[in-house]
Design a protein around this ligand. Structure first.
Ligand SMILES: [Fe+2]
Length: 365
């Protein structure tokens, strides 16, 4: 299944001109733009994923970021371990393979649901923790006064990478800008004020968290790099990976292999948007598995003498820790609203992290 690509250019061109008042939106938005916003919200609800093209985020930006991350993950393990901060619960620096545990491995309720799924839509079964590395880099300002103070840890910069900070920050800010545009469009599409989501994202604990999976070592078809799970944040965004392998589940339970066209970005719904919409949008389930298409890309990379590390340029966008997660606007009237009682986003994150083995007492992922 091909997911349609939404071009953000038209929205970005005129978005500054209209206010956040939903009553005036009718007059302010032309029909074309309004239907585009509805398509964004509908796609997020139906599929939990959205492909976008943002004129501010080029394929070259994505390449520059992935090139640097490939070079980093190619380093020997002893080098990468210097950037490991287990005492800070991996909130910054590198998380080695074998630390992140997919929820499907530890959640019995989820395992039961999986067994009830039709065979062809069942996810791959992980046999242990994910064999992927990850690097955590905070992006954007944090509040000075908060009930959820992050651990006071300096960002970790590996030696020999003078371009590190600039490359991480540039890509991180670009990804946040793309998410903000999508969040505004989704809010309009859902019939909420334009800034309904973005106002809650201000000073959120956004994290650029690229993963690295070694296809030279773990390149057998069926290897699970990220076991079936959904993300606990608001929206997740990735640039195009050089190696396919991501499967998503639509709301109707259908499993779909995602093909991200060159120059496009993939957005996925997390649990925080599910909370804010009382389940109108549900957190998208997904997994990353070595498939025959991954192996085709491996063959090509070998021929072209390129890296066999599969890098995902993931950014987790969060609702601010002190903001309250609760169904917004008309979603508060939804019959499902009582399933989503008010909770501070920071507290919600702590609860979720406890399940997946990354018990940062003030953590985020
Ligand atoms: Fe994920």
């Amino acid at each position: 299944m091909e997911l349609r690509v939404i071009d953000l250019a038209l929205y970005l061109e005129i978005s500054d001109k209209f206010s956040g008042d939903p009553l005036n939106l009718e007059e302010q938005l032309d029909l074309q733009l309004k239907s585009l916003c509805s398509e964004v919200s509908r796609t997020l609800s139906d599929t939990g994923a959205l492909l976008v093209k943002d004129p501010r985020c080029s394929a070259e930006d994505n390449d520059r970021f992935i090139d640097m991350m490939e070079k980093y993950f190619e380093q020997p393990e002893e080098f990468k371990r210097l950037q490991e901060r287990p005492h800070l619960h991996y909130q910054v620096g590198v998380t080695p393979e074998g630390v992140e545990v997919p929820r499907s491995l530890v959640d019995e309720e989820m395992q039961e649901k999986l067994r009830a799924m039709p065979k062809e839509f069942q996810p791959s079964t992980p046999t242990g923790p994910d064999p992927k590395w990850r690097y955590m880099w905070r992006v954007g300002p944090r509040p000075s006064n908060t009930h959820f103070q992050e651990l006071n840890s300096e960002p970790v910069i590996p030696k020999g990478f003078p371009e590190w900070k600039d490359t991480m920050d540039t890509w991180g800010y670009k990804m946040i800008s793309a998410i903000e545009a999508v969040a505004e469009m989704a809010a309009i599409g859902f019939g909420l004020p334009k800034d309904a989501f973005t106002s809650l994202m201000k000073q959120g604990p956004h994290l650029l968290a690229p993963t690295g999976s070694d296809l030279r070592r773990y390149g057998q078809e069926g290897t699970v790099f990220a076991g079936y799970h959904s993300d606990l944040n608001f929206l997740t965004i990735h640039g195009r990976s050089r190696f396919p392998g991501l499967n998503i589940w639509l709301r109707n339970g259908q499993k779909v292999e995602v093909k991200v066209p060159i120059g496009c970005l993939l957005i996925q719904t997390g649990k925080q948007i599910e909370w804010l919409t009382a389940g109108d949008c549900i957190a998208g389930m997904h997994e990353v598995v070595v498939t025959n298409r991954t192996l085709d890309a491996v063959k090509l990379a070998l021929q072209q003498n390129r890296s066999l590390w599969r890098v995902s340029s993931t950014l987790f966008a969060h609702i601010a820790s002190d903001a309250v997660l609760k169904p917004l606007g008309h979603f508060a009237e939804s019959p499902l609203a009582s399933n989503y009682p008010p909770i501070c986003a920071g507290e919600f994150v702590e609860q979720e992290l406890a399940v997946i083995n990354l018990k940062g007492n003030k953590g985020e992922l």
